[in-house]
Design a protein around this ligand. Sequence first.
Ligand SMILES: O=C(O)[C@H](O)COP(=O)(O)O
Length: 255
Amino acid sequence: MKKLVFIRHGQSLYNLENRFTGWVDIDLTDDGYKGAREAGEILAKHGFTFDVAHTSVLKRAIRTLWILLHEMDLMWIPTQKSWRLNERHYGALQGMNKDEIISQYGEEQVNEWRRSASVRPPAISQEKHACDQSDRKYRGIGPENIPLTESLLDTEKRALVYWQQQIVPDLIENKHVIVSAHGNTLRALVKYLDHIPDDGVASLNIPNSIPLVYELDHDLKPIRHYYLHPDGEVADGTIPRYMDLDHPENCDWIG
Ligand SMILES: O=C(O)[C@H](O)COP(=O)(O)O
């Protein structure tokens, strides 16, 4: 059995201020630091260790990983960073307060932008796009590949390239892997791993800094998943799973 741990970064300043973040490179709050420390302590307490780490190029995920690895005395393990693990690009919503956007556009529209699979928020302005394009973090991607906005499916598509090319080989080699990323990148990976259909992701939310453990079989199919809390495993009913892919009529939504 293979084990994979996902961690969503600790609370960021924009999380605290209830703003859309996306690719804005905002740092952790004091609570975010604390959450990351606690995640490391919990993982160490429950006997977890890692051989390799993957994260995005955004500092809230990188710092969460650093703090967590520090707590586990694992700062030496190889760590790979990729823009493909970045948060979903939230287009023109980035930096905006979520409640203000709701009063402007209505709850239904905002829910659709936030939680549907295929709907993209309005595109970012050309000026802000040019800033992303000239950011040294994205030098290797090619400016034409920097998104103006993304749906969850867009995010899933680019994150899965990274999953296949970089994470799967580590898992095949039986390495213990941790992925420190973002709410929507992790929703996209969970959606893929648990074969959640496009219309099944609306209620899927990944909390900040709680380790999400996946146990995978030899073919990297999930056996089960759980959140790791101080007292141990907590099964989670919010991640639906299709249990019998060959017989969809038997599919069962369970945690
Ligand atoms: O980018 C953001 O604003 C958050 O990380 C995720 O936001 P959401 O919960 O609105 O998708």
